[in-house]
Design a protein around this ligand. Structure first.
Ligand code: PLP
Length: 430
């Protein structure tokens, strides 16, 4: 197989790149699974951090401490635990705000991603009989599509009429900003809300979040972003870009574990707006009066106002260690390493020595993507996935109809992992 021969010659180069460049990496802070295949590597090449990040080393001890505090302090742990449970989410607010470039008060850690979208849509989807449309991307993550369709139906609209899906041009796989803007300009009188993925889960395309947000707001359209694939992956400046709201999960690039607690952003301009309706609960009231057991909520001018329930401690604990890594390394260094790793992977997928390039769907402009490269393949997806994992110890994933997603997340992936993934994909898909 010539493909593998050509790449084999670059193995030493990949190793040398790692020796010369560990900046932006925190690989030692994660537990990475051992390679259990016959391929002979130490660890699996884990390029599925866009789906579920690996476990930060500090998590087990942090969870153990919570279990111990629960066992020994019981109800008193709400105020006397080493990290008091009552305002556990408050301690996570600042590091989470740093990840997305928000003010502390604009961010709250709570619930799961889709639930947060529902809470935010309840407040920010304010349709009128004339202006009721919700614009999403056609390749929206299914949960987002289901969520907005259900809100349209809830307000008495036909989802097929109310939800408009943006499609790429014929023969193209990603959206052009100019087409998004033209669509908004043409339909704005009917459009109440725009809700897009900051980075599309399937194509890996990073949207022009500031440009699209500003244009939509100028047209009087409310703007929300799903940042599931953007938070912890690319640098964001949510406060300055000023969308109305955003939400993201924490088990992908934020490495906080399966089903870990998600987060939401509400721009500062809305925090003291008493005309906004919310689906409220007691953790959204002013903590100073929370235990006075009043019949009416006392408004609080922060994103905490959207928190309904008391925090799920065991689902939040992994965030302590995971966000500490982000605080330590910083999004600038993480993104910078990410650009180097992804460019290297792209170069290896581009072929050489007469070898054809693989069909990368993700934009080649580094400013229009995060770490993920989505590769369109013609073979049988399930068999390709099996071979990557079983024969080569490369963990990534496939999404129908034809996409293999490779995400060299910079905190724990190496240039060598990129080389392994490129080599395995060439072998499995050619
Ligand atoms: C991962 C992901 C979800 C998952 O939703 P959960 O509520 O966390 O299960 C939703 N939307 C997008 C865009 C995603 O990437």
């Amino acid at each position: 197989m010539t493909a593998v021969t050509w790449l084999d010659e670059r193995e030493d180069e990949a190793k040398a790149l790692d020796e010369g460049d560990a900046s932006g990496s925190a690989r030692g802070s994660f537990l990475l699974p051992r390679d259990d295949t016959a391929s002979g590597y130490d660890t699996l090449a884990y390029l599925a951090g866009n789906s579920l990040g690996p476990q930060p080393r500090g998590v087990a001890e942090d969870v153990r401490r919570e279990l111990e505090d629960w066992a020994t302090r019981v109800v008193e742990g709400h105020w006397s635990a080493r990290r008091p449970w009552g305002d556990y989410h408050v301690a996570l607010r600042a590091p989470m705000a740093h990840v997305v470039g928000a003010l502390d008060d604009e961010v709250v850690v709570m619930n799961s991603l889709t639930v947060n979208l529902h809470l935010l849509l309840a407040s920010f989807y304010r349709p009128t009989t004339d202006r009721f449309r919700i614009v999403i991307e056609d390749a929206a993550f299914p949960s987002d599509s289901y969520a907005v369709r259900s809100h349209a139906a809830f307000r008495g609209f036909d989802p097929d009429d109310a939800v408009v899906r943006l499609r790429p041009r014929a023969g193209e796989r990603t959206l052009r900003t100019e087409d998004v803007l033209a669509h908004l300009a043409a339909g704005h009188e009917r459009t109440a809300l725009l809700m897009l993925g900051g980075i599309n889960y399937l194509t890996g395309q990073l949207m022009d979040i500031p440009g699209i947000t500003a244009a939509a707001r100028d047209l009087g359209i409310t703007v929300g972003w799903d940042l599931a694939h953007a938070a912890g992956n690319v640098e964001l400046a949510l406060h300055d870009w000023a969308p109305d709201f955003a939400a993201w999960c924490t088990y992908k690039y934020l490495n906080a574990g399966p089903g870990s607690t998600a987060a939401a952003f509400v721009h500062e301009r809305h925090l003291a707006d008493e005309s906004l309706h919310r689906l409220s609960g007691w953790w959204g009231t002013d903590p100073a009066v929370r235990f006075e057991m009043l019949a009416e909520l006392t408004p609080i001018a922060s994103a905490d106002a959207w928190a309904a329930s008391n925090p799920p401690i065991l689902a939040m604990t992994p965030l302590v260690s995971s966000l500490a890594i982000f605080e330590e390394v910083g999004m600038r260094a993480i993104r910078s390493r990410s650009e180097r790793l992804t460019a290297y992977l792209e170069q290896l997928l581009a072929g050489g020595s007469g070898e054809p390039a693989m069909d990368v769907v993700t934009p080649s402009d580094p400013a229009a993507r995060g770490c993920q490269l989505s590769v369109s393949v013609s073979g049988e997806l399930a068999e390709i996935a099996r071979s990557l994992r079983g024969d080569h110890g490369v963990v990534c994933d496939v999404r129908p109809p034809d996409v293999v997603r490779l995400a060299p997340a910079p905190l724990f992936c190496t240039f060598y992992d990129c080389w392994r993934a490129a080599r395995a994909l060439r072998a499995a898909a050619s």
